[in-house]
Design a protein around this ligand. Structure first.
Ligand code: FE2
Length: 310
């Protein structure tokens, strides 16, 4: 696989062997020679060759909005859960235009019943995954119904999905099963359809050179079985997949701790603080991700600080 810096401000996808376009027709001669020399584009060679030329953009990651929760002690000034969630989008609108996100990933524990009446106030596209708070057939069903563009409908309903945006593959994984279990797993009678592990193995090996994965419950990095993380065997399998396939970044919620970043092989893995409440009265906020042509930069936006820490 070629893996080179990207220098273009537009996205192209070239298919070869199908009578479509030659690279030299698409690009200037200098750029084409750059590709030929192996110095310019991120590309992948195969029967259908994909060239991902990333236009820089931003996306947000928001964790654990807990929309149905009442105001928290110390954070009363920011309102209830849904008000704190909406506050994230207000802060995004205040950002300079070049920093505004194109969409937000929401990493679970959403409380869809409390968000539904306010959903029309959010104009930014959302891509969500379920958390353990969406651990009943009713809450999972409501979440699916609110976001049918990702979860599908009817017999085609799915709790995990993927989409490509400006050359980046975004992989939404469901690791929250039935009954509100705080330990994560990839298989559950509530996760539809069965076969998520097979699907994820394929997604991680898909043609896009740059991939982002998000889910609710993070893996345990130290091979220890404990509450609040993926179960030990799910963690082992997942870490092995990540080391083998090297997605660029992973994002998780669930922990309600200040945001922390870890490394899994060459992959950056970020546990994102909640925008509703965090342990030890840590501030609430969300993460802004700037996707550059060669790497991703992250920046936290704090949306509330506990009164005793202000
Ligand atoms: Fe959770």
């Amino acid at each position: 696989m070629w893996r080179f810096p990207v220098k273009y401000n537009h996205s192209v996808r070239l298919h070869f062997g199908e009578g479509v376009m030659l690279k030299s027709e698409y690009l200037g001669r200098r750029e084409f020679l750059g590709i030929a020399a192996g110095t310019v584009l991120a590309a992948r060679v195969g029967s259908s060759e994909t060239v991902a030329v990333g236009e820089p953009f931003n996306f947000a990651v928001i964790a654990d909005p807990h929309c149905a929760e009442a105001p928290k002690t110390g954070l009363e000034a920011y309102g209830n859960g849904v008000e704190k969630f909406l506050r994230c989008f207000e802060r995004m609108k205040e950002l300079p235009k070049e920093e505004q996100p194109d969409f937000a990933l929401v990493a679970g524990d959403i409380h869809p019943e409390a968000l539904a009446p306010h959903l029309d106030k959010i104009t930014l596209p959302l891509h969500v995954v379920a958390g353990n708070h969406e651990g009943s057939a009713e809450t999972r069903g409501l979440l699916r119904a609110m976001f049918p563009q990702d979860f599908g409908s009817g017999d085609a309903v799915r709790d995990y999905y993927a989409f490509t945006y400006k050359g980046i593959r975004f992989i939404a994984v469901c690791d929250a099963g039935a009954g509100g279990d705080h330990i994560g797993h990839f298989s559950s009678e509530l996760i539809e359809p069965h076969g998520q592990c097979d699907w994820l193995e394929k997604e991680l090996r898909g043609p896009e050179p740059r991939k982002v994965l998000f889910a609710h419950i993070p893996p345990a990095l130290d091979d220890v079985e404990r509450n609040m993380y993926l179960g030990r065997n799910d963690s082992r399998w997942f870490l092995e997949q990540v080391r083998q396939t090297e997605p660029e970044m992973l994002f998780f919620g669930h922990l309600h701790h200040p945001t922390e970043e870890n490394r899994i092989g060459n992959t950056r893995s970020v546990n994102v603080r909640s925008c509703c409440w965090n342990f030890q009265n840590a501030p609430v906020g969300f993460l802004l991700v700037r996707v550059g042509t060669e790497s991703m930069e992250t920046r936290e936006i704090i949306t509330g600080t506990c009164a005793d820490k202000a």
